[in-house]
Design a protein around this ligand. Structure first.
Ligand code: NI
Length: 189
């Protein structure tokens, strides 16, 4: 099943999320649906709040970056209760987008390396170090679990310049080629 993706402006994107266990009802189907929803929209990551669920659950597929970054090859997984507990290395800028912000792409500075703990679908905990694009996608998705979105990382000048486009997204006045859900229903004339 393909979920509509929640657009910027919906309070669910600002909410703190709750921990999830592997006994969560329908977890397998939910994760499957999240992958499908992400792929339909050509995304590389999707966080549960983006389909309206305040849960610590993300899906990531870094394979589209494999050509530029061999470490991204084969990184396709669901992460439960992920927590980035350390970030280091030089900061680097990357032009990020987000499925909740159709048409918006902005350079965001983040640290190059992260340490992350998460649970997999079998309940097994992992403690890993990631760099490059995999780290980048995980940083972006884990932000979503803390009520944070990528534009929060921009300078106040940049945010001011984006204000109108963001307002339009929250009003549904934006074109998008995948299913979306807007907090305020677009007006039809
Ligand atoms: Ni996002």
């Amino acid at each position: 099943m393909i979920y509509p993706i929640v657009a910027y402006g919906d309070p669910v994107l600002r909410r703190q999320t709750e921990e999830i266990g592997i006994d969560y009802p329908g977890l397998e189907a939910l994760v499957e649906d999240m992958f499908q929803t992400m792929e339909e929209a050509n995304g590389v990551g999707l966080a549960a709040p983006q389909i309206g669920l305040s849960l610590k659950l993300i899906v990531v597929d870094a394979n589209p970056f494999a050509e530029e970054d061999p470490k991204a090859a084969g990184f396709r997984k669901a992460l439960l209760n992920p927590e980035i507990y350390e970030e280091d290395g030089p900061t680097w800028s990357f032009n990020e987008g987000c499925l909740s912000f159709p048409g918006v792409h902005e350079d965001v500075e983040r640290h190059a390396r992260i340490k992350i703990r998460y649970m997999d679908m079998t309940g097994q905990w992992h403690d890993e170090t990631h760099e490059g694009y995999v780290a980048r996608v995980l940083q972006h998705e884990c932000d979503h679990l803390n009520g944070k979105v990528f534009v929060d990382h921009l300078s106040s000048l940049r945010k001011t310049l984006l204000r109108r486009r963001l307002d339009n997204i929250s009003k549904g006045a934006v074109s998008h080629d995948y299913k979306m859900k807007f907090a305020v229903k677009p007006k039809h004339r």
